[in-house]
Design a protein around this ligand. Structure first.
Ligand code: FES
Length: 106
């Protein structure tokens, strides 16, 4: 795993989300209160970009229009439609206002 600078706290007000890309993959960051979480950025159904979804409490709902509106717990990656579709959860570390995410080696 490599710690990667993903955002700053200023980029992520409480209750917000944003995505970032590394090596051709998209990841989704969420701020739940004072905690930041990071999960895979694409919905396993048809690739909806989760950071652009409806985010409330600790749940994000896939934004893809006309789709199934699957939802995910951003603190665990768990999918509303079953455990086999759980999104990977990545470790997050704060250094002052910098948000680092531990990503797998490519
Ligand atoms: S792409 Fe997310 S529910 Fe279809």
């Amino acid at each position: 795993m490599t710690w990667t600078l993903a955002a700053t706290l200023d980029d992520l007000p409480s209750g917000s989300s944003r995505e970032f890309w590394r090596d051709g993959r998209v990841y989704a960051l969420f701020r739940v209160g004072d905690s930041i979480t990071c999960i895979d950025g694409r919905c396993p159904h048809q690739g909806g970009r989760l950071a652009n979804g409806t985010f409330a409490g600790s749940t994000v709902t896939c934004p893809r229009l006309g789709c199934l509106r699957w939802s995910f717990d951003v603190t665990t990656g768990a999918a509303s439609v079953g455990e086999t579709l759980t999104r990977r959860l990545y470790p997050v570390r704060l250094e002052e206002s910098a948000v680092f995410v531990a990503l797998p080696e490519t």
